[in-house]
Design a protein around this ligand. Structure first.
Ligand SMILES: NC(=O)c1ccc[n+]([C@@H]2O[C@H](COP(=O)([O-])OP(=O)(O)OC[C@H]3O[C@@H](n4cnc5c(N)ncnc54)[C@H](OP(=O)(O)O)[C@@H]3O)[C@@H](O)[C@H]2O)c1
Length: 254
């Protein structure tokens, strides 16, 4: 089966490409670095010719409110139109658990716009909504840092390692379209302040986490439901502490 992975050079995309190739599929890793651009349309029709499935795991280069909205709207429109023209049978896209609860952030308004375009398109689809990647925890710490202090709420999360997200996305790409959503999450819930403390400890980072219920997450006031999945979510196997043990101080690079 021919499968095109849009964003095939990215963190998730490169792992999805590898997994599907290992299973014997014809896989095209499509992104600007391989001459396929969903914003300009460059290379899109050629990449999609003869494809049964398209997996969209692209991300916007800028997360500024207007830029990210324009990226996901333009990319989604161009990609879905090209898929309809090519007769693609299944569009799989990666989104974020709780997107409709996070609309105070421009990034999540853009992900919602992406999801709405998919639902309105004639192409059969499955939206995979994942929780935050372990690789993103350093970014959460960075965004909340002032000097040597990291202010974070104690809101519940259920983060997941990128390998487990990629496995779930690859599995979904080989299943029938749901015309609906599946959620994927890590094996255990953990509070955001505790998660970042554990990360900073493991990476010998001297910053101090202060628990602050009023601290915003990308402009959003979180509660315990904001970022956590429903009970029927597919769960990855890898625990955060095991990932930290394996990746050690390399985790600090992300
Ligand atoms: N971070 C999280 O915790 C989290 C949680 C849940 C869901 N997600 C979702 O996961 C998805 C993938 O994230 P990621 O971290 O794997 O992304 P990433 O590593 O930043 O990779 C982004 C990919 O998008 C490609 N891309 C950028 N502009 C493009 C364009 N115009 N046309 C085609 N491809 C383009 C890039 O290609 P080049 O390398 O060629 O530029 C790259 O392959 C995102 O949609 C995000 O919303 C993230």
């Amino acid at each position: 089966m021919k499968i095109v992975v849009i964003g095939g050079s990215g963190l998730i995309g490169s792992k999805v490409v590898k997994t599907l190739l290992q299973q014997g599929h014809e896989v095209v890793a499509a992104s600007p670095s391989t001459g396929v651009n969903t914003i300009t349309g460059e290379g899109l029709a050629e990449a999609l010719a003869g494809a049964q499935v398209v997996v969209d795991v692209a991300n916007a280069p800028s997360w500024e409110d207007q830029a990210v909205l324009e990226f996901f709207e333009t990319s989604g429109r161009n990609l879905l139109a090209a898929e309809a023209a090519a007769g693609v049978k299944h569009h799989v896209a990666l989104s974020v658990v709780g997107t409709e609860r996070l609309l105070a952030s421009g990034y999540f308004r853009a992900k919602m716009a992406q999801e709405n375009l998919i639902k309105a398109s004639p192409v059969p689809y499955t939206i995979v909504r994942a929780t935050q990647f372990f690789e993103f925890v350093g970014g959460i710490a960075k965004a909340a840092t002032v000097g040597q202090t990291v202010r974070l709420p104690a809101a519940l999360m259920q983060p997941i390692v990128s390998d487990d997200v990629a496995c779930a996305v690859a599995d979904v790409a080989l299943e029938n379209p749901l015309d609906g959503m599946v959620e994927v999450a890590g094996p255990e819930p953990i509070r955001q302040d505790a998660l970042v403390r554990e990360y900073l400890d493991a990476t010998d980072d001297p910053r101090v986490v202060i628990t602050d219920p009023t601290a915003l997450y990308w402009g959003i006031l979180l509660n315990d439901r904001s970022l956590t999945p429903a009970s029927e979510a597919r769960l990855g196997q890898t625990r955060f502490s095991d990932w930290l043990d394996q990746s050690g101080t390399q985790a600090v690079a992300h």
